[in-house]
Design a protein around this ligand. Structure first.
Ligand code: HEC
Ligand code: HEC
Ligand code: HEC
Ligand code: HEC
Ligand code: HEC
Ligand code: HEC
Length: 461
């Protein structure tokens, strides 16, 4: 009896199972738009297909592939009753004997445009948080612009990575200190996230083409870039080129110093470009055919105006001076007057018209003339009898017209009928009678500023 009951139980409990041993089912389907669920190699199921049940009679594993459309992501998968959010898994291998299910939901992928810089000290980028919340197929109605700005003129944008083909970098080859834009134009269609990354190169060389120059006809003008500041990696190349003015042939245009021969008067401009980085600097050269024309053009045309308040005959004095005939232009003394530092540190009263001593706040004091001329003038003069006679008048004892016409003539005093009662010619030295006029022939034999000392040792006529 017991045995029979057991049999019934066996039959009732196990027989059905055994009879359907290889029978199991799979429910699969896409539960939202934006993707599909594919069972083995069957036609992928979209949301419109609903849930599809497939029956299997054998225990051979089945592969279910969850596939988001372009621009979508899998937001969740329900796999045999368990929900997995934002899964990274796209294939599920399912098998009996219990029934199985794979349902998938999709959502639009969120894209962003972001921009970063690799080194914050070299520069910055506008709106680093960029544009977020974009989805596949978003079309820009207005352009989106990212601007990479070097922190100073010593930096240049050396590269920007991650620029998609439809976006435009401008300028393509940035110079030092130059901002660079990356523009996503109106009509740009979002298909993926974009991460721009800008790199700034530190301390590219800074070009300095030198101060403006004044030159005269047929002289060789040297353009000097040696005041340029090298970058961390030095200066790899110099490139001089002419910007304006009568065409010249530049020699050594790829060197720190270039030169040309000034063959016609005019205003010339030249630029120096340094690599790496492309820093440029320009300088001007004014070529004149006479010293007087140069001084007029540079100073006088302006200073002749009453409003400038210069009352002394500066130009007239300079015009008749040895400085003018030797090409010592106004700006040689008024340093900076022609290069933006006008009027420079020399103004009325900064140099004594009696001693020619200067007293500049920025440069102490000393003798102005010997900043260019030999300092022995001062010791010579101090040792001479002239210095005693000149007394407080010192230099202006002989240089009576002041700094703008420093000419002096020994024969102003050493002549017949002079104000000092000097005997002329000197007693016993009658050959001096032939030395007259303002030629300063005396310098040939006498040391100018200490004439007791003869400058020649040979016998005299
Ligand atoms: C040899 C050097 C030298 C040269 C060259 C020279 N100056 Fe001067 N200049 C001076 C000094 C030094 C002073 C200040 C002493 C003084 O007040 O006279 C001065 C003063 C002046 C002053 C202000 C005082 C005044 O007299 O009105 C003007 C303006 C001036 N110079 C213009 C010129 C002009 C323009 C030229 C060229 C035509 C020129 N200088 C050439 C040295 C020079
Ligand atoms: C654009 C017109 C202009 C030019 C060009 C110009 N100056 Fe002047 N300069 C002035 C004016 C205006 C003043 C008076 C106001 C001031 O001190 O800035 C002056 C003042 C000066 C003074 C100071 C005068 C004083 O009383 O101390 C000197 C020196 C001088 N100029 C020299 C020069 C020399 C040298 C040049 C040529 C290399 C030159 N300037 C070119 C307009 C000019
Ligand atoms: C900016 C530089 C400079 C300054 C400052 C200067 N000179 Fe001169 N001077 C020259 C030059 C350059 C010559 C021409 C020298 C030559 O040809 O050998 C010259 C020539 C002269 C001459 C004519 C010499 C000759 O051979 O005909 C005299 C005189 C003279 N200077 C006096 C002075 C006096 C005085 C002072 C001060 C008030 C002075 N200079 C300041 C540059 C300067
Ligand atoms: C006794 C007269 C006399 C006195 C004082 C005098 N000089 Fe001269 N100096 C001359 C003569 C003359 C010349 C030559 C001028 C020429 O060649 O045109 C001259 C020329 C110069 C020159 C042009 C360079 C040279 O050696 O020829 C300078 C600069 C100069 N003097 C500066 C001074 C200074 C600065 C003082 C005052 C410390 C001074 N002089 C005092 C007579 C004098
Ligand atoms: C401003 C007037 C003046 C000018 C310019 C002048 N001298 Fe004299 N010179 C004198 C006087 C005054 C004496 C007398 C000095 C004394 O004995 O105290 C003198 C003395 C001398 C002596 C003799 C005294 C000595 O130093 O041993 C010589 C040499 C001389 N001068 C040469 C020259 C020469 C060279 C020049 C031009 C470079 C010149 N002088 C320009 C006024 C001048
Ligand atoms: C060819 C050369 C020569 C020339 C140029 C010359 N001298 Fe002399 N001078 C001499 C000689 C040499 C002496 C004598 C020096 C001595 O005895 O120590 C002399 C002496 C003098 C003396 C007298 C010195 C004293 O101790 O009393 C004066 C002043 C003098 N010369 C002025 C001038 C003047 C001013 C000129 C220019 C106008 C001039 N000399 C040109 C050669 C020259």
């Amino acid at each position: 009896m017991f045995k029979r009951i057991l049999m019934v139980m066996l039959v009732s409990c196990f027989l059905p199972v055994l009879a359907h041993a290889a029978m199991w089912s799979l429910n699969a389907g896409a539960r939202s738009g934006g993707g599909s669920v594919q069972v083995d190699n069957a036609t992928p199921l979209t949301v419109t297909d609903g849930i599809v049940t497939t029956y299997y009679s054998s225990n051979i594993p089945v592969t279910v592939t969850v596939r988001p459309n372009t621009g979508y992501v899998i937001s969740q998968v329900n796999y045999n009753g368990t929900t997995i959010y934002s899964p990274t898994q796209t294939t599920y291998t399912v098998n009996g004997p219990s029934s199985q299910n794979v349902y998938a939901w999709f959502s639009l992928q969120s894209f962003g445009l972001r921009a970063t810089v690799t080194d914050g000290t070299g520069g910055t980028v506008s709106s680093p948080s960029g544009v977020t919340g974009l989805t596949y197929g978003t079309v820009f109605s207005t352009p989106k612009v990212f601007t990479f700005t070097p922190s100073s003129s010593s930096y240049a944008v050396s590269s920007i990575t991650g620029i998609p083909a439809e976006a435009v970098q401008n300028p393509a080859t940035p110079l030092a200190g130059q901002s660079v834009t990356v523009t996503f134009p109106a009509g740009y269609t979002v298909t993926s996230s974009v991460a721009l990354s800008g790199t700034f190169t530190a301390q590219i060389p800074i070009a300095n083409a030198g101060n403006p120059q004044t030159a005269f006809m047929n002289s060789t003008v040297v353009l000097d870039g040696s005041s340029s500041v090298p970058g961390v990696s030095g200066i790899s190349s110099y490139q001089w080129s002419q910007v304006s003015g009568p065409a010249v042939t530049l020699l050594n245009a790829n060197s720190v110093q270039a030169s040309f021969i000034a063959e016609s008067p005019g205003t010339y401009s030249f630029s120096l470009t340094l690599m790496p980085g492309g820093s440029t600097s320009t300088t001007a050269v004014s070529v004149f055919d006479s010293y007087a024309v140069a001084a007029r053009s540079q100073c006088y045309n302006c200073h002749i105006a009453a409003s400038v308040g210069v009352t002394s005959n500066v130009f007239g004095n300079w015009s008749s001076s040895g400085h003018k005939s030797k090409g010592v232009l106004c700006a040689r003394c008024h340093v900076g007057a022609d290069t933006g530092g006008h009027p420079g540190r020399i103004v009325s009263g900064s140099v004594s018209p009696i001693t020619f001593d200067f007293n500049y706040a920025s440069a102490g004091s000393g003798n102005f003339c010997v900043t260019c001329h030999t300092p022995s003038i001062l010791t010579d003069f101090a040792a001479s009898k002239h210095s005693i006679r000149a007394g407080a008048a010192s230099c202006s004892f002989c240089h009576v017209q002041g700094v703008h016409n420093p000419k002096a003539a020994c024969t102003e005093c050493h002549k017949i009928d002079n104000a000092y009662g000097l005997v002329w010619p000197p007693a016993g030295l009658t050959f001096h009678s032939s030395f007259t006029g303002s030629e300063n022939v005396c310098k040939v034999c006498h040391t100018t500023h200490n004439p007791k000392v003869l400058s020649i040792k040979t016998s005299c006529p």
